[in-house]
Design a protein around this ligand. Structure first.
Ligand SMILES: Cc1cc2nc3c(=O)[nH]c(=O)nc-3n(C[C@H](O)[C@H](O)[C@H](O)COP(=O)(O)O)c2cc1C
Length: 182
């Protein structure tokens, strides 16, 4: 029996490879994971990997023929949405209410009063600290979005500071705990 349904968004960060660990842990625990990847995310991780880890084809094109409303249906069926990794771009776009890509459209279509929406940011420390990003994060929090704080440390770009994706094992554990509380 499924332990819950997670809509798992990947956006264009080097940390996409770490998100694969979280997807793997969730599916191993019996969670049904539907992945959604932006075009930028698919430059970091291939659709075959996401399909193999989740057992389902990834959604990446809102306009894909034959699947036009499937993503809305799977959003309806999901218990929790997680954007992992969440780029500065996507965080700022969600906070602006833009809906011209899958994360944005599904964020607006999400039943926020009933179901949690989480983001796990990952980016360069200056991107994370930028007032635009911090204002967007504050705005998303005010709408009830749960933010998994990025960790501090050495970043892929060579800088040191806040912005590393939180430990993917810990992210998966927190999602499992949230699903168990449902
Ligand atoms: C090698 C490389 C690594 C990147 N890593 C990040 C990252 O960790 N976090 C981030 O916010 N943007 C990162 N970017 C920039 C995003 O990929 C870019 O803003 C993109 O438009 C994000 O699109 P999306 O939010 O639709 O996925 C990176 C770009 C490149 C080329």
């Amino acid at each position: 029996m499924s332990q819950g349904n997670v809509l798992f968004f990947l956006t264009g960060s080097i940390a996409c490879y770490k998100a694969c660990t979280a997807i793997s842990r969730l599916t191993q625990a019996g969670v049904t994971v539907q992945t959604v990847a932006t075009p930028a995310a698919l430059r970091f991780i291939g659709p075959a990997t996401l399909e193999a880890l989740s057992g389902r084809p990834v959604f990446s094109d809102m306009w894909e023929s034959g699947r036009a409303l499937d993503h809305i249906e799977c959003a309806r069926q999901s218990d929790l949405a997680l954007v992992c990794p969440a780029t500065g771009n996507t965080i700022n776009r969600l906070a602006a209410g833009l809906a011209d890509d899958l994360p944005g459209a599904l964020f607006l279509a999400w039943e926020h009063r009933q179901k949690p929406w989480w983001i796990a940011p990952a980016m360069n420390t200056y991107m994370w600290q930028h007032p635009a990003t911090q204002a967007s994060v504050a705005r998303l929090r005010s709408w009830g979005v749960h933010v998994i704080e990025p960790a501090e440390g050495l970043l892929a770009c060579g800088d040191t500071g806040a912005g590393r994706l939180a430990d993917p094992e810990k992210i998966a554990s927190e999602v499992l705990a949230a699903l168990a509380r449902k």
